[in-house]
Write a protein of this length. Structure first.
Ligand SMILES: C[S@@+](CC[C@H](N)C(=O)[O-])C[C@H]1O[C@@H](n2cnc3c(N)ncnc32)[C@H](O)[C@@H]1O
Length: 501
């Protein structure tokens, strides 16, 4: 057994010692820029959350002195089931071999790109050499291009840096569903030589996350490149797959995150714009949804358990219909995208109503004793003392609202759902609770939408807005939860189909 803190301290010392013995230009040619341990550790902590709950095998194709192995051990708390590293330069490889000899790790002093796997790994993690193409000999380039083509079916440009070849040639070492994690320059997302890598990441494997560090916050002070972490799985992506693009902060706790559909990534030339916080206008002369709609949160009742009743409870408590308004059930109970009306009530099977009353209690006692009793029951439960109810007069009078023709649940979850936000056509007189945003057409537009065909076209057009446009207008929380506030939805770009009505 070894002490993991001690082994990292000694490894870090060794790295500095070995780096100091080489010139900057020699290290540049061989792409020898070591990863700081805290960065490797952050990446391994992120990856730990994606690994199966068992001992896994680990491969480091450009080992250096083994910072990723060290970070893996610290993040997971134990050695991998098997660890293998390749390092081409004996200057690093021999001391690294000696350093890791107290563990089960096997370190080979050879060129990773010319190896044939004799076993498959659950995890690959590396910071490969960034060696630029003019430091790769023409024979090597031809060999690498052929190898990439036969391995992936993709032709790679002769201008690609060595890290592109590493990434595309490594998956043959990965077990099915195995994870691959790369600290590489951001360039491939922008430049023409990166097309092959973008195609590979969007077609051949299931890309999970790209985290871009702040361009100002260079990860390797001496390498002068802006870097990103790319994490993918060895499996084909589903057509509905969505990829997380995060930026700023760290991969574990990014400053900003949005998801982008695999379809968009396949169509889209450059990927860097996916990190931007503001989506570009879709068309519509730069207009936003706020040019056509007022968006309001549905009403906050103060206590849905008291104010929202199903038909059976309303009958049981004998509440007259003048105190009841149809209301939509919570979004997860509304499976359809078009709500038909049954005499103004949503035709959804279970009928729900909002209880609200403006009359003083004394009058109710006299004229509507069952309603009076219901209110007394609520007071006995302390409903009137809640934050919202205690600020209303009388406390049982809810906000008055018109029904909105289009509503949208304000929360969307899941990185794999095709539509995170769905616009629901509400043909009933139902209002909603604050689990929804309600879209009220502005004056002139409201006139146009009196025409049912126009309303249906607008509803369809809203559902055609790419999810990433809506996601990037709103906020993204951990675990793929997305939320849209009214103002955020109003700032989302409109599209031609809406402006053309
Ligand atoms: C950017 S450094 C990273 C080292 C280490 N992974 C880290 O993160 O600190 C890349 C390493 O890959 C090594 N290397 C370059 N070409 C290689 C190859 N074809 N096969 C194996 N290692 C290679 C370099 O010598 C260098 O140590």
């Amino acid at each position: 057994m070894f002490d993991e803190t001690d082994i990292e301290l000694r490894r870090d010392e060794l790295q500095h010692f070995l780096d100091a013995q080489k010139s900057h230009s020699a290290r540049n040619e061989m792409g020898q820029f070591a990863t700081p341990f805290p960065l490797a550790y952050d990446i391994m902590r992120f990856v730990a959350g994606l690994l199966p709950n068992r001992k896994v095998s680990f491969l480091e194709p450009a080992f250096g002195t083994g910072v990723f192995l060290s970070a893996f051990i610290r993040a997971i708390g134990r050695e991998p089931a098997k660890a293998l590293g390749f390092e081409i330069d004996p200057h690093y490889c021999s001391p690294a071999k000696k350093h890791w000899s107290c563990t089960k790790a096997e370190i080979k002093c050879s060129d990773f790109l010319h190896q044939t796997p004799d076993q498959l790994f659950d995890l690959i993690a590396t910071n490969p050499p960034y060696t630029r193409h003019h430091h790769i000999s023409s024979e090597d380039k031809v060999w690498l291009q052929k190898a990439v083509l036969s391995e992936t079916g993709i032709k790679i440009s002769g201008l690609a840096g060595l890290y592109c070849h590493f990434l595309m040639l490594s998956t043959k070492w990965l077990a099915p569903d195995g994870l691959s994690c790369w600290l590489i320059p951001c360039e491939f997302m922008d430049v023409n030589y990166g097309v092959a890598v973008r195609r590979y990441l969007s077609e051949n494997v299931e890309l999970i996350r790209i985290h871009r560090f702040n361009p100002e916050d260079l990860q390797f002070a001496d390498a002068l490149v802006s870097s990103c972490v790319v994490v993918f799985r060895n499996r084909r992506p589903s057509e509905r797959h969505r990829v997380e693009f995060s930026s700023g902060g760290s991969i574990i706790s990014p400053g900003h995150m949005r998801t982008v559909s695999i379809e968009t990534l396949r169509q889209n030339g450059k990927w860097i714009p996916h990190f931007s916080k503001r989506p570009k206008a879709l068309h519509a002369g730069g207009k936003t949804l706020g040019d056509y709609f007022f968006v309001k949160r549905g009403i906050a009742t103060g206590d849905n358990g008291f104010f929202i009743l199903d038909e059976e409870s309303a009958l049981r408590h004998n509440i007259p219909s003048r105190f009841l308004r149809p209301i939509l059930p919570g979004p997860r109970y509304v499976k359809v995208d078009r709500i038909k009306s049954d005499n103004g009530i949503p035709d959804l099977g279970r009928k729900m109503f909002l209880f609200s009353c403006d009359l003083p209690k004394e009058d109710l006692r006299k004229d509507y004793p069952t309603v009076w009793q219901y209110i007394c029951d609520g007071e006995a439960r302390g409903v009137n003392e809640g934050y919202i109810c205690s600020r209303r007069t009388p406390w049982y009078s809810c906000e008055k609202r018109d029904a909105a023709p289009i509503v949208v649940p304000y929360m969307g979850r899941g990185a794999d759902g095709g539509r995170l936000f769905r616009f629901i056509l509400n043909e009933s007189d139902a209002i909603t609770t604050n689990g929804y945003l309600m879209l009220y057409p502005k004056m002139d537009f409201a006139e146009k939408l009196k025409n049912r065909t126009a309303l249906v076209s607008v509803w369809k057009a809203l559902n055609g807005i790419p999810p990433e446009t809506l996601v990037s207008s709103g906020r993204t929380y951990g675990g793929g939860l997305h939320k849209l506030e009214p103002r955020e939805l109003m700032r989302a770009p409109a599209c031609d189909a809406i402006s053309g009505i």
